[in-house]
Write a protein that binds this ligand. Structure first.
Ligand SMILES: Nc1ncnc2c1ncn2[C@@H]1O[C@H](COP(=O)(O)OP(=O)(O)OP(=O)(O)O)[C@@H](O)[C@H]1O
Length: 444
């Protein structure tokens, strides 16, 4: 398969799963450059795009590419300028995926503002705290920790803080980063003997925004470095804002001293939006994207999608694409047809990785820690692979997320487990029976 046809298919998958705004802003602007040795090099228009891709879309891309090619394709993101400066394509291939030196320091999404954030019951406290921090950084709530489930607006609020501070004070030095990028930067700095400049970069900011701190779990070296970064900034009354999918004391393998520091300021949770807020969010998005949807129809969509805002946005763009494709106006009937593909309406059984870990460990008389651990004895390896296989087939989690839930394993380990079990059940009836029994148990 060549780069163009692979990219075309990946784009199709993205188009079905992200909002039209996301698609036109971040995906349509990408140009495939080469596909060599399972590496797909993509040209992006700006450092902001590269950051966004690395933080938000790269995992999905790896999944889609795997679904299409059944190979583990690694993306490499390069900027147009970098490409121009390279004399030949072989040099292009040497650009490091994690080379952030040319990236500007802020990395804020200009669309994530307080103005575009809809306030509802589940997020009003978080919104209020974020506003206070943006008006007087480093004073009232330091650090501010926003926590809650996926797609509920934590990143949006975090960027809104940064955008407001920059608007009020254009010379403020603000840095937004995910904990994964912090970890990668730190590893790069060690490899290149540049830890001093790494420290300068992180400790000379006025506001540090760190997204998804749950990914610090298990990474002792990074935690140590972040501990010192935190102390330095805190002592100098610089604002720190963190997001997480849960409270720090619930993050396993997060050092106690970090847990206690994160609790020094204010922790506020965001809960899923109620029906009224979902309708208001849909209305705002429809207006912003100039989508003509009758209010009854918006109510209908909001009634169908009650999980998170990202899914709500996805449903609206799906409906929009559907109407465009059929060249008809958006009505409730059309929405009902468009959302059928999402299996909305019929109550589905709910399976998550934790449930799979518990069910599989009980079935094989092991502990959840065995499944998450590293022991390579047969008695544990096969159940672990089965649990990974079920996590891949029964949940919507990305490969890296599954790997992470299994004690921080690499996504290639999950791919390997999935391939192994899929292959083996074709000829091993005993294994097939076990998987059937477990699937039944999980659906119950
Ligand atoms: N209250 C809201 N008003 C308007 N848009 C919202 C709101 N909440 C979330 N969104 C939108 O939903 C999408 C997902 O939000 P965001 O990325 O901030 O979620 P998150 O909580 O950080 O999720 P994750 O934990 O997966 O990173 C974004 O496009 C964001 O703009």
């Amino acid at each position: 398969m060549n780069k163009d046809s692979l990219w075309e298919q990946i784009c199709e998958d993205f188009a079905n799963n992200v909002s039209t705004t996301t698609y036109s802003t971040w995906i349509e602007t990408v140009k495939p450059i080469s596909l060599e040795h399972n590496q797909l090099t993509l040209e992006l228009p700006s450092p902001l795009h590269r950051d966004y891709w690395k933080d938000k879309l790269a995992d999905q891309l790896v999944e889609y590419a795997y679904k299409i090619t059944k190979k583990d394709i690694a993306p490499k993101f390069v900027l147009e300028d970098e490409l121009k400066n390279k004399e030949d394509s072989s040099k292009v291939n040497n650009i490091d995926l994690n080379d952030d030196e040319s990236i500007s320091n802020t990395h804020l999404n200009p669309n994530y503002t307080f103005e575009s954030f809809v306030i509802g019951k589940g997020n009003q406290m978080a919104h209020a705290a974020a506003l206070v921090v943006s008006e007087d950084p480093g004073r009232m709530y330091n650090p501010l920790l926003l926590y809650g489930g996926v797609g509920l607006g934590k990143t949006h609020l975090m960027h809104a803080i940064g955008n407001k501070i920059i608007k009020d004070n254009p010379s403020a030095n603000i840095k937004y980063i995910t904990s994964e990028s912090f970890t990668n930067d730190f590893i790069n700095a060690i490899q290149r003997h540049k830890t001093e400049s790494f420290r300068q970069e992180y400790r000379n900011v006025d506001v540090l925004l760190v997204d998804d701190i749950q990914f610090f779990a298990d990474k002792d070296g990074t935690q140590e470095e972040f501990f010192h970064t935190f102390n330095d900034l805190y002592e100098n009354r610089k604002q720190i804002v963190l997001t997480s999918d849960r409270l720090p004391n619930e993050i396993s393998k997060l050092q106690d001293r970090l847990v206690s520091r994160f609790a020094w300021g204010l922790s506020v949770d965001i809960t899923p939006p109620d029906l009224e807020t979902r309708i208001a969010i849909l209305k705002t998005k429809a207006e912003a994207d100039n989508i003509d949807v009758p209010i009854d129809t918006l109510n209908y969509i909001a009634g169908q999608i009650d999980s998170n805002v990202r899914e709500l946005e996805g449903a609206l763009s799906r409906v929009q694409a559907f109407a465009k494709f059929k060249n008809v106006k958006i009505t409730t009937d059309l929405v009902s047809e468009a959302l059928k593909g999402l299996n909305k309406g019929e109550k589905k059984f709910e399976v998550n990785i934790d449930k799979i870990l518990q069910t599989v460990s009980m079935y094989f008389n092991l502990s959840v820690d065995d499944l998450k651990g590293k022991k390579r004895i047969q008695k544990i390896v096969i159940p672990r692979q089965i649990a990974m296989y079920l996590s891949r087939t029964m949940t919507n989690n990305s490969l890296p997320k599954i790997g992470n839930a299994f004690g921080g394993k690499d996504h290639t380990t999950v791919i390997h487990a999935y391939d192994k079990i899929s292959d083996e059940i074709k000829s091993n009836v005993n294994l097939q029976n076990k998987i059937d029994e477990l699937t039944e148990e999980l659906k119950r």
